[in-house]
Design a protein around this ligand. Structure first.
Ligand SMILES: Nc1ncnc2c1ncn2[C@@H]1O[C@H](COP(=O)(O)OP(=O)(O)OP(=O)(O)O)[C@@H](O)[C@H]1O
Length: 263
């Protein structure tokens, strides 16, 4: 469902993602973890087609990241950590926009059910600018869920959510995966994602330090008793760094100014 091969992202001579490869199947939930600046958001934004990769290949739901970008975007939802909502639209209008854009059948009923799940029913007519930080996050998740994408990329989705909101979000991620979605979830809240992830991708300074199943992670770092302990073992592991020509990014000159939408 997600295939990434030798992904590299260079911003103005800064190597943010270096030679990252991984593959995820339907139903799998991958925790994307690593220290600040590790390259997690860059991986997600490349996958979502919001920024061009400097090198490497990607495919989502069988659609190539370069040749079939529009189809790829139809099958993928990216929820950034600070969702850029439309200031002039209400909660209901956001869902209506997504429902119409993605031609979701009976989207009204579905939207109302999602709002109920995420305790936003009483905000149906509220303007986006009047929402709290956590409510904005919940609305972005509702918009992403509305069109049932095959792939969900959730960047720090728990930021700003209250404990019931976090519980609801994690349960919803699990049930999306049970119905066949592939989910990548980046988070620094390791104990919270530990219960739902089938796979982990650990990054540090652009490098992939580990990719595999939760069982493989435990096996590789024997003696670690939690995801947190395995995480520290993975990021402390020394690897040989290779030289990369940072001046030779064919996409650097034409990188677009990105206008993100909510889903
Ligand atoms: N638009 C940009 N221009 C230049 N450098 C950038 C840009 N976006 C990210 N970077 C750099 O790329 C590196 C990776 O950033 P990225 O946001 O992908 O990390 P992250 O793992 O998501 O971090 P965090 O956990 O803090 O959100 C960082 O060193 C960052 O400063």
């Amino acid at each position: 469902m997600i295939e990434v091969h030798a992904l590299r992202k260079i911003y103005d001579h800064h190597l943010a993602v270096d030679n990252v490869s991984f593959q995820l199947e339907p139903g799998q939930i991958c925790g994307l973890v690593g220290p600040n600046g590790a390259g997690k958001t860059s991986v997600m934004r490349c996958l979502a087609g919001l920024i061009p990769a400097s090198a490497g290949t990607m495919a989502v739901a069988g659609y190539d990241g370069q040749r079939d970008l529009i189809e790829l975007k139809r099958h993928l939802a990216y929820v950034p950590d600070d969702p850029p909502l439309f200031d002039d639209l209400s909660v209901g209008q956001h869902l209506e926009l997504i429902g119409r854009l993605y031609q979701v059948p009976s989207f009204h009923d579905k939207a109302l059910r999602l709002l109920e799940t995420f305790q936003l029913t009483d905000k149906l007519d509220a303007g986006a600018t009047t929402l709290s930080r956590g409510m904005r996050q919940k609305l972005a998740v509702c918009c992403a869920y509305l069109f049932d994408p095959a792939v969900l990329l959730l960047d720090e989705p728990m930021t700003g959510l209250d404990p019931p909101g976090i519980r609801e979000l994690l349960a919803s991620v699990r049930s999306r995966a049970e119905t066949g979605a592939t989910v990548m979830i980046s988070s620094h809240l390791l104990p919270m994602i530990e219960g739902i992830c089938t796979h982990y991708l650990v990054m540090k300074q652009g490098e992939l330090k580990f990719f595999g199943t939760a069982a493989e992670l435990r096996q590789r770092y024997i003696g670690t008793r939690s995801l947190e302990e395995a995480y520290f073992a993975a990021i402390d592991e020394q690897t040989d760094r290779h030289e990369v020509d940072l001046g030779n990014d064919p996409n650097r000159a034409c990188e677009p100014r990105v206008m993100e939408v909510v889903a």
